[in-house]
Design a protein around this ligand. Structure first.
Ligand SMILES: Cc1cc2nc3c(=O)[nH]c(=O)nc-3n(C[C@H](O)[C@H](O)[C@H](O)COP(=O)(O)OP(=O)(O)OC[C@H]3O[C@@H](n4cnc5c(N)ncnc54)[C@H](O)[C@@H]3O)c2cc1C
Ligand code: FES
Ligand code: FES
Length: 492
């Protein structure tokens, strides 16, 4: 076996400069580096948890040889993860002669800025959108700005600016487009195929050379924190001051970024972001498209991975319940050995997953619902966009020719310590006619399946009621019936 080459200097491009850093703390954020070490103070800190977008920057990377720029939250992105990328901050937009970038000029002309604190973040999000979609619809603009909050201007002025950007300049002439060959060549030169290791002992950070190398690193350092998109782990540092060291970054590993379909099963590598999984999932399992669109804002979806959503074991992660309802399986790998288990078995208890020391999540396999089966997922939150789930229900139903329930899988998030199936409810429905009388009779089984908690997102009583109502909604949407039994929740 050839020895892996090891490098000990982090290298990336920052605006027009090449950066080389021999000393990087594993938990140093990109935002701190920009503002404190580089005095690039245009990038702001609002929330430090990926919600407000004031810290938005672009990160360019080579994806199958093509240079792609995504908006990301610098506040929860770790500096160490940026090896081999091109980081673009607001300071890079104005031309040397002082001419504003088309996005900036549109924001000025349409009064899209008042106190200005959020403005660099909005500009960067709109810049990312403009490069991908120069003539966006209002829906596309709103989606691109889901992760940017403004407390004073009001969004209409920003929308007007966003609609007008293309009248201020041509995307093809934008420096990031016009100079993409040069930047791509510089990034290829940085990609030397080596493992990056900086620091020693607890202060160590590692970027494995490839997936096999990752497997080796995990065997020797099973206690290290794996960081993919850092949209969970970033907050452990910025909000909870947790010590996450040593760290193994995996967001750069192409070998974990595959999305494919074979024999009616979609396989998603653990390193695939929501953005990159969206097209195939939305096409093959349409209910998942709108669900993914409600996970964080664009910046979070550009960083966060489906593997991370599963591996963190959260009871309110949005992808496990629908995947469990579809009968998904999970591949875990340790060294060269792999095992594939039903996804639902991965979630053992609160904070406890069936992941052995040195093992990592490699891929999830999601069966596409067969023709004629019915599948739906409902996410209940306090506000529509960029909010964490209070309760989420996923339903997968097959009816027999005579209209009875031939099979049904129901899974919920936010109802127990783990994502969990409603097995008592399923049993009460199985073999019965799919109608209101059957659902009414099955409703009491919810009390056997779930004893939800009260927390800041919802009360236990609300959760139990909404979970029951989601079954009634699924019935209504899959039959011609109008439910007479949907209970309204009234706070005590
Ligand atoms: C503003 C904001 C909004 C959000 N909104 C939502 C939402 O609406 N719905 C939702 O479900 N989530 C939401 N999240 C949470 C988060 O985005 C998701 O859980 C995301 O999928 C985590 O993926 P990641 O790659 O960022 O994981 P990371 O933060 O990198 O890691 C998460 C956990 O998984 C582990 N891990 C990651 N990859 C692997 C692997 N391959 N093998 C073993 N362990 C691994 C890490 O060690 C860590 O324990 C939000 C987060 C933010 C900041
Ligand atoms: S500072 Fe609010 S998203 Fe980063
Ligand atoms: S202009 Fe003040 S927060 Fe947006």
């Amino acid at each position: 076996m050839a020895r892996t080459q090891v490098r000990s200097t982090l290298r990336f491009l920052l605006n027009g400069d090449r950066v080389e850093l021999p000393n990087v703390k594993p938990d140093e954020t990109l935002l701190d580096f920009l503002r404190i070490s580089r005095s690039l103070k245009g990038t702001k800190e609002g929330c430090a948890e990926g919600d407000c977008g004031a810290c938005t920057v672009l990160v360019g990377r080579l994806s199958n040889g093509v240079l792609v720029y995504d908006s990301v939250n610098a506040c929860i992105r770790f500096l160490g993860s940026l090896d081999g990328t091109h980081v673009v901050t607001i300071e890079h937009l104005r031309r040397p002669d002082g001419t504003l970038h088309p996005v900036q000029q549109a924001m000025v002309d349409f009064h899209g800025s008042q106190c200005g604190f959020c403005t660099p973040g909005f500009v960067m999000s709109l810049y990312a959108l403009w490069m991908k979609n120069p003539m966006p619809s209002d829906q596309a603009i709103e989606k691109a700005l889901q992760g940017n909050l403004c407390r004073c201007t009001g969004y209409e002025a920003i929308m007007k600016a966003a609609r007008a950007v293309s009248t201020y300049g041509q995307v093809a002439k934008d420096p990031l487009k016009a100079e993409r060959r040069m930047v791509a060549a510089a990034l290829s030169a940085l990609a030397d195929g080596s493992r990056l290791e900086i620091g020693e002992g607890k202060e160590r950070l590692v970027l494995p050379a490839d997936v096999d190398d990752f497997a080796r690193v995990m065997e020797t350092e099973p206690q290290a924190t794996v960081v993919a998109g850092s949209t969970d782990v970033g907050l452990w540092v910025t909000k909870f001051m947790r010590d996450i060291t040593p760290v193994v970054f995996i967001g750069h590993l192409d070998g974990l970024k595959h999305v494919s379909e074979a024999d009616g099963v979609v396989t998603i590598g653990a390193g695939v972001t929501y953005t990159d999984a969206h097209a195939l999932l939305a096409k093959r399992i349409p209910a998942l498209g709108p669900l993914i669109d409600r996970i964080g804002g664009e910046q979070v979806r550009n960083m966060g991975t489906i593997g991370g959503n599963i591996a963190n074991g959260s009871p309110i992660g949005d992808t496990p319940p629908p995947f469990i309802a579809l009968g998904a399986r999970l591949t875990l790998r340790k060294g060269k050995k792999r095992r594939t288990i039903p996804l639902e078995d991965f979630f053992v208890a609160y904070g406890k997953q069936d992941r052995r020391p040195g093992e990592f999540v490699e891929a999830v396999h999601i069966p596409v619902p067969a023709r004629g089966t019915k599948f739906a997922v409902y996410k209940i939150t306090k506000r529509r966009d960029e909010d964490i789930t209070a309760t989420l229900g996923a339903f997968h139903l097959t009816l027999a020719k005579n209209g009875t329930v031939a099979s049904i899988r129901i899974a919920y998030g936010g109802m127990a310590a783990t994502p969990k199936r409603a097995k008592a409810v399923e049993a009460a429905l199985l073999g019965k006619p799919w109608n209101e009388a059957t659902v009414d009779a099955a409703i009491s089984a919810y009390d056997a399946d779930f004893t939800p908690l009260t927390d800041m997102r919802a009360s236990a009583e609300y959760r139990q009621m909404v979970a029951k109502n989601l079954l009634r909604r699924f019935l209504a949407e899959t039959t011609d019936s109008r439910p007479s039994q949907v209970r309204r929740y009234e706070a005590a």
